[in-house]
Design a protein around this ligand. Structure first.
Ligand code: CTP
Length: 417
């Protein structure tokens, strides 16, 4: 079904934003900015959500592109909006962009720019240009529509409006994925969120680029630093803000998970892992990459926080330990598992990931996590001392013995109830 589009003369923005837009226009004029336009998601969503004003109210992020310097503009903005209204103000000199929140509405203002990628996946060299030319550097035609408030006109050189009408996601040019592979993840996010179809040319571009990609699977070669950061950010958005199941299904269908690792492209168990991860409150991204052939390397390549890389290493170690463990009769005893899992070799988080993964004996790990680890000795150290025990290692051993006894009694009573 086609989307009925809001006629451009009626392009409506949420009410609080209208006043902000007015002041930004005045400040831009004073700063010598010759042209200013709104671009990207805000324009796209206003066009898509024809007649659904409540959805438009949910736009939190407004991207502007200007011909002129946003840095000069930023001084005037800080003057016009009192410090009470402005927060998170940041300037990026290299790309001539500013970020700020006004009344908690996120505003990004960037100089219209051309991008030149000298090496695939690395950050581009940039030079100033017109708003029309700036639209060429963008990902999908639906995100390359600009709205100039001064003229009240939409600028749509790539037929983005038609693409919105027919619910198509179309990459703007044939080197888009090669220049910025994170667009693969973005494609899945938009397709799943908006229920749009990725065009067949765009799917072919993803496939052909990936088949040539130097990092198509883990080759012990890290992603370039800037690409890792952007890839991790896109994945975090995918897992935390989007319908992640549909996103991952699409990525797998396009053969695109191989950008992360070949093992993940053929992995059939990610749904189970992540659903368990949600129950056990483990970050979804960690549960997902636990299914890679080499999760430690992938965690490093994605520059996950050091604490998460450590969890991944511990998980990998625990998984190998359990797969080498010859299961014997005594391994059914809770005490055996308490002793192993409380040896402090593996953190709680890594044990949770092992449960999510479904390692050998994962049910025992789950019981330990949910139940056994919380059971205490029925007698405290103070009580034992008052009944004649002396402080020291033997007291510790007695407390452990009593605790294990308690765990076994509770387990037995469960079966004999
Ligand atoms: N963009 C791009 N390639 C990227 C990232 C961003 O071309 N890898 C461009 C797109 O034109 C996009 C704009 O930058 O519309 C802003 O990016 P972002 O804030 O991530 O997306 P939104 O447009 O705000 O859309 P949404 O937040 O709804 O995903």
């Amino acid at each position: 079904m086609e989307i009925p589009l809001r006629p451009e003369s009626e392009l409506q923005f949420p009410h609080p934003f209208k006043e902000i837009l007015g002041l930004i226009q005045i400040a831009a004029k004073q700063a010598g900015v010759t042209r200013l336009a709104l671009v990207g998601g805000a324009v796209r969503d206003c066009l898509i959500n024809y007649n659904k004003i409540t959805k438009i109210q949910k736009i939190h992020d407004f991207d502007f592109v200007v011909e002129g310097s946003p840095i000069k503009l930023s001084d005037l903005l800080l003057e016009k909006f009192t410090s009470k209204r402005v927060s998170n103000f940041r300037i990026h000199q290299k790309y001539q962009t500013i970020e700020l929140s006004i009344d908690r509405i996120k505003i990004n203002i960037a100089t219209a720019r051309k991008e030149q990628y000298n090496k695939s996946g690395f950050n581009p060299e940039v030079s100033p240009t017109t708003i029309e030319e700036d639209l060429y550097r963008r990902d999908f035609t639906i995100n390359a529509i600009a709205f100039e408030p001064k003229t009240q006109q939409l600028i749509d050189p790539y037929n983005g409006i038609n693409a919105i009408r027919s619910k198509q996601l179309i990459l703007i040019h044939s080197r888009s994925i090669e220049e910025d592979p994170t667009r693969i993840i973005r494609a899945a996010r938009y397709a799943a969120r908006l229920n749009f179809q990725l065009s067949s040319e765009s799917i072919s571009q993803i496939k052909s680029t990936l088949s040539l990609w130097p990092w198509g699977s883990v080759h012990n070669e890290p992603f370039p630093h800037a690409l890792s950061t952007r890839m991790r950010m896109e994945l975090n958005l995918l897992f935390n803000k989007e319908p992640w199941e549909s996103c991952l299904e699409l990525l797998q269908e396009w053969g695109a998970l191989s950008i992360l690792e070949g093992g993940l492209q053929v992995d059939k168990r990610w749904k189970r892992r992540i659903h368990w991860g949600i129950r056990l409150r483990v970050p979804r991204l960690l549960c997902f990459i636990a299914g890679a052939d080499n999760p430690n390397l992938l965690a490093k390549q994605l520059q996950l926080p050091t604490s998460e890389q450590k969890v991944m290493e511990e998980f990998f170690d625990l998984k190998s330990y359990l797969s080498n463990l010859k299961i014997k009769e005594e391994h059914s005893s809770p005490i055996f598992w308490c002793k192993i899992l409380e040896s402090r070799k593996w953190s709680k988080e890594s044990i949770c990931i092992a449960i999510c993964f479904g390692v050998n004996s994962w049910e025992k790990l789950l019981k330990w996590y949910l139940k056994w680890r919380h059971i205490k000795s029925p007698k405290s150290a103070a009580e034992l001392i008052s009944s004649g025990w002396e402080a020291g290692p033997s007291l510790g051993a007695e407390i452990s013995r009593l605790r294990y006894q308690e765990i076994e009694t509770l387990e037995d009573s469960k079966y004999h109830r």
